[in-house]
Design a protein around this ligand. Structure first.
Ligand SMILES: CC(C)(COP(=O)(O)OP(=O)(O)OC[C@H]1O[C@@H](n2cnc3c(N)ncnc32)[C@H](O)[C@@H]1OP(=O)(O)O)[C@@H](O)C(=O)NCCC(=O)NCCS
Length: 329
């Protein structure tokens, strides 16, 4: 039987748009306050894409950064997986646009949609392809332009989201490096708690769907909140069990950055102190699939983790989906 290859991250990158939207700016747009957003969510500001930017242009920038980090050329890439809920267009895949912008002419391309858990789902797909020997160099891009599906008149959601892109290059690596375990979960019965109702086959775009603001994020925030901390803690536990490891062997937890209180709950339920938790929610807000990818890239840039560090990535999101990925850099 063919030997199973170990997949690991050999490069990371990220891109955030220049424009900053602060809580003070939001105070002028909806009935909210900096104090409410800071204490209830933990966000101070978020980035907003320029009119000429899209999910693929930001994703391509993050991908270039990751390829440079890995010292690889676009032609080396065998597969591009883009995790996004804000594709450039419903189809073709945003990965195809990224391929064109990179000139990664040899790469196969597709998108996956697992909302905020998208980067972790993407890593698991990359790992499976590499482990099977089917592909050698896989680029996972998590990119979102949530500002385009945010209802800027709804204070319940307008304060939460931002735009960003992160990317990782995966290749076969030697033990003990690489992805140690992945756990993925989903519960489709909770899909309507966090959704974008309009524009698909159920409710194709009409003047009516536009008038009813059905092309924006709809969320029952409280219900999501109750579920999220527990789901992330359960995912951490399952990923650690699969790898036969304990939480005190983790150097850095890199959680989905949706709400500071959810992150604190997940850390507490996982018996991890907050000094081992990476946070950048204050400056970027919730960028869905991109949060964990951007955070991993920034944690490496800041020297929070380096070669040999054990990282635990964890997220939850619409679907519902949730999952964790334990890896040694
Ligand atoms: C959205 C969220 C921050 C709201 O916090 P909360 O503590 O649950 O607050 P509630 O929804 O109970 O609302 C409390 C009050 O604040 C108000 N409120 C909501 N948004 C507000 C805002 N931006 N500014 C000021 N007040 C706001 C509500 O209207 C409500 O007022 P009421 O009591 O007069 O009805 C929180 O539920 C959350 O983070 N949920 C998860 C969301 C998420 O992560 N989604 C993405 C998943 S990937």
């Amino acid at each position: 039987m063919k030997e199973r290859l170990n997949a690991g991250i050999v490069g990371t990158g990220r891109y955030v748009p220049e424009k900053i939207l602060t809580n003070r700016d939001l105070e002028k747009m909806v009935d909210t306050t900096d104090e409410w957003i800071t204490t209830r969510v933990g966000i101070k500001e978020r980035r907003i894409a320029a009119p000429y930017e899209t999910t693929s242009t930001m994703g391509a920038q993050a991908a270039r950064d990751a390829l440079a980090d890995a010292k690889l050329a676009p032609e080396d890439v065998d597969l591009i997986i883009t995790a996004t809920i804000t594709p450039d267009v419903p189809w073709p895949a945003t990965a195809s646009f990224i391929q064109r912008q990179l000139g990664a002419t040899r790469a196969a391309c597709f998108d996956i949609e697992a909302a905020c858990t998208g980067f972790i789902y993407g890593l698991s797909v990359a790992q499976a392809y590499i482990a099977s020997g089917m592909y050698r160099t896989v680029l996972v891009v998590a990119a979102e332009t949530l500002s385009r599906i945010t209802d800027w008149e709804d204070r319940n959601t307008a304060v939460l989201f931002g735009d960003a892109a992160g990317a990782a290059v995966l290749q076969p690596v030697s033990e003990p490096r690489g992805i140690l375990s992945v756990y993925l979960g989903a519960d489709g019965s909770k899909g309507d708690l966090l959704e974008l109702p309009g524009g698909g086959s159920r409710k194709p775009a009409t003047h009516e769907t536009v008038d009813q603001r059905q092309h924006y994020i709809r969320m029952k925030g409280n219900e999501v909140f109750k579920f999220a901390g527990r789901a992330m803690a359960q995912a951490n536990k399952r990923a650690l069990e699969k790898a036969g490891m304990k939480i005190d062997q983790v150097d850095l937890l890199i959680p989905h950055q949706a709400n500071m209180r959810i992150i604190q709950a997940a850390a507490r339920l996982s018996s991890l102190s907050m000094d081992k938790v990476y946070l950048n929610i204050e400056k970027y807000g919730n960028t869905s699939a991109a949060t964990t990818a951007v955070a991993l890239a920034e944690a490496r840039l800041e020297g929070r983790v380096g070669p040999g560090s054990v990282c635990l990535l964890v997220a939850f999101g619409g679907g519902f989906t949730w999952g964790a990925c334990l890896l040694r850099l």
